[in-house]
Ligand binder design. Sequence first.
Ligand code: SF4
Length: 681
Amino acid sequence: MKQRQKIAVICPYCGVGCGLYLNVDDGRIAGIEYLEQHPLTSGALCAKANAVLEFIHHPARVVCPLKKRNGGWQEISWEEALDTVATKLMEMIDGYGPDAVGFIASSKCTNEENYALAKLARLLGTNNIDNSARLCHAPTLTSLVPMLGSGAMTNPITDLANSQCILIVGSNLAENHPIISRYIFEAKEKGAKIIVVDPRFTPTAWMADIFLQLKPGTDVALINGMIYTIIKANLLNYDFITSRTEGFDQLRQIVSSYTPERVSRITGVTSEAFEEAATIFATAGASAIIYCMGVTQHTRGSDNVTSLANLALICGQIGRQGAGIFPLRGQNNVQGACDMGALPDYFPGYIPVDKTPVNAKLAQHWKMKELPSKPGLTMVEMINAAAEGKLKALYIVGEEVVISNPNSDHVCKALQQLEFLVVQDIFLTETAKLADVVLPGACWAEKEGTFTNTERRVQWTNLAVRPIREAKADWEIISQIGDKLGLELSYSCVEEILREINEVVPSYHGITPERIKQDVAGLFWPCPSEEHPGTPILHINSFATSNGKAKMVPVEYMPLFELTDDEYPLILTTGRMGLHYNSGSLTRRARSLTRAVHELYVEIHPSDASKYDIQPDSRVSIGTKRGEIAAKVVITERILPGVVFVPFHFPGVNRLTSDTMDSRAKIPELKVTGCKIKKIA
Ligand code: SF4
């Protein structure tokens, strides 16, 4: 008689953080079951999650530690692997100083694992640590923290059902965060107006009452144009502006030059369309703004987020039911990895690394004389430092850096320059192939801990099955490396790490192991005490800034860094699709997903197709200043003339993109680059 267990886990993919059950028969996963009591999803899952079992026991899993020897891989013991990693890290630090070493954390790992890695970096004396938020939502932090005091989603996802207007900018959530669509439809059924802003007519645009198809990279001009309209029509929320904000006069002055004619010329959107959108947004009883990587993945990503926050503030559309700002995180723990201090400029709990009195408390907690106080290098900066020979060793946990970073030929060369590269992952990814040592991590179903989803909801995920062969949970590996290095980083269980997080991170004080394991609904941070119910809506009475007021920050529209020229006459933009996930290292191993989409394609407008004599399903090469790749052609009017789109889940796409960065958030320009296409015979 088989012993069946139903284990509640959190989906390992996007930032929505849906819950599901794994059915386990005698220690083997037998299937999934819907977790109907989940507060956000009521059991629903998207296509990716329905195929989630396919990678757990995939034959390509790394099942024991590996060391590169004579160009091949040799299986080694854990003892040898841990010794090698500890010795090499110390050698580099002794020879070149602590800042010659860097760490890349994973937004797919638990909070406890990210906390342990963030602490390891600091115990070794460096702030060179970053996570994939750098490639998606770094501008959310750099813009919203100074403006609102917090760089996180302000309201729960379910609250979208209470909005009377939803402005969706640069987000194809119908494909990429599909569970959220239900709350948008619910709002729409109650009469809400949906405004979608995107250079592509995506499935999300099908929901729109007003669709604004702007030219890529012109978001600031469009939003400033909407603010101009609202000011001119006197639709401002004066009470809110005077009592709760600062900086309106400067904003009014800057946007005064964003006349409808000028904005229409820059964005390609008719003035009637964006004026109507602005009026609806300002006059609705509760308006929400949703945005994603179409806004952030630009050299002007911070300015884009800033202008959206300005729009919410002048209308008082924040800090109430149905009114707020909703940045959608792409991975299931981007929010948590940042909360835990896997960032070069913040310790856990967003304590700036250069804030001395506060840091003395943390140093005492971590039993250190002092913490490193110089901001570390971001992910792209670490890669550049490796290429220049300044960074000597890199420890990468669960990130497919080679596929997900821009200018990937340069990334490969940089990683090859390192004196020591250790990669901890579940597959021999393109990044792991370049490593000196590969450590086999447990996959999400083989470990437990907490994830923090895109709406700040902290949820416990259970261990369903033991790790495959010799794989170990990432926290355990990090803890054992800490042990080898003689550091105060020895943990015996996940609960012990979470209890330390409770002490170190104020907004997680009340999120104890005992509480979080009990409640499938999780808890929203800030949760400052064990009696506190959590905080679903932020900024209700005051903002988290030093004086409690939000700060408007005027921004000017600036053209993007690399647009078209005679040699590269088309704009290349990249994005996601429903059936694949980020670098594709998980979903390209799920047969049911790859059966549907298994190769790279490029969307081209019919007018460009006829200009270049390209037929549907033919193949073209796409070239930029950095490289060239081949793709199958899809001819569609979803895209604007002069723009081509490729999904970024396939190797090679980021050979094309640029690593020029936003000066504040240091996010690279992944969304727009000049390109040329050529028919392949
Ligand atoms: Fe998983 Fe996101 Fe799909 Fe939910 S919406 S099932 S979290 S991939």
